[in-house]
Design a protein around this ligand. Structure first.
Ligand code: NCD
Length: 293
């Protein structure tokens, strides 16, 4: 049984195949590819776009969606993950999409289930469909010529599963990655690093801004988000008229991660990312469900 737990689960060729299929789904037409299938979503952590994106994707392919309301489910009564998984498995879903605050939960769930498991984000570990939709958006913007393009990833990189998944995937596709963050947000990885945003922007073809993951901090890391913004907010003053695209996985802290003005600028592809996300998740669901049969 194949699952999508990290971006490493798909080879480069499979990613390219997935993108080809996702491009077709951009017409937003309903299809009956997954008619008769049923997809369970179980999100132990808050989500707006990832949950609605997966559910829209499933419905656009004519699958049924069962959303498990975790606050009302027995896991809030202390049922173990193993037991929750066993119950879910008995109902024979065609696929399950899970998000959890702890790294590793989707992988352990996958070992109990008889259907593909798609990771909708686990702790600081991975968020594979986000990285796939980010790369897809970059490829579209650069007409597939992404090798040696420079991306700067700015913000709370250490605590971000989006960054972790993007670092794996984008390096595999030959992008040059520069990490831009204050020391306490910098992960221990072998990549070019700086805290000088202005100089990094000068080299960038792509800017990926990230939200400060305050919910994952044991103590307050910055004097205030305003202080952080002074050093790391993407503003018009910094990007001027530079040819660059700007990405953010959302939710955006306005005027802390990116200024209102830049968010409204045509170089900001934030809403396009959301649109692309549905198409990518359609392709991922189709692939895992039908190829595993
Ligand atoms: C991200 C997440 O949940 O990891 N959001 C998303 O899925 N689009 C990023 C974040 O929460 O900052």
């Amino acid at each position: 049984m194949r699952h999508l737990i990290t971006t490493k689960d798909f080879s480069k060729d499979e990613v390219l195949e997935l993108f080809k299929e996702a491009s077709e789904y951009l017409d937003e037409k309903p299809r009956n590819t997954l008619k008769g299938k049923s997809i369970t979503t179980i999100f132990f952590e808050n989500s707006t776009r990832t949950l609605s994106s997966f559910e829209t994707a499933a419905k656009r392919l004519d699958a049924k969606v069962l959303r498990l309301d975790v606050s009302r489910s027995s896991s809030s009564k202390g049922e173990t993950l193993f037991d929750t998984a066993a119950i879910l498995d008995t109902m024979s879903p065609s696929a399950i999409v899970v998000r959890h605050q702890h790294a590793g939960v989707p992988a352990s769930l996958a070992s109990y289930m008889h259907c593909p498991v798609l990771n909708g984000g686990d702790g600081k570990h991975a968020h594979p469909t986000q990285a796939l939709l980010d790369l897809f958006t970059i490829m579209k913007a650069f007409k597939n010529e992404v090798e040696n393009k420079t991306i700067i990833i700015v913000g709370d990189i250490k605590n971000s599963r989006v960054a972790a998944s993007n670092i794996e995937l984008l390096s595999r596709f030959g992008l040059k990655i520069i990490l831009v963050a204050p020391p306490h947000f910098m992960p221990n990885v072998k990549l070019e690093k700086t805290y000088k945003l202005k100089e990094a922007i000068d080299q960038a073809d792509i800017i990926m801004s990230l939200r400060t993951q305050t919910e994952r901090h044991q103590k307050q890391m910055y004097g205030s988000l305003k202080d952080y913004a002074n050093d790391f907010c993407i503003t018009k003053e910094l990007i001027k008229d530079k040819k660059v695209i700007i990405l953010h996985p959302g939710p955006v802290h306005r005027n802390i991660d990116i200024s209102d003005e830049v968010l409204a600028d045509p170089r900001s592809l934030v809403l396009k990312q959301v649109k692309h996300g549905v198409a990518i998740r359609m392709a991922a669901l189709r692939k895992l469900i039908l190829e595993n049969e």
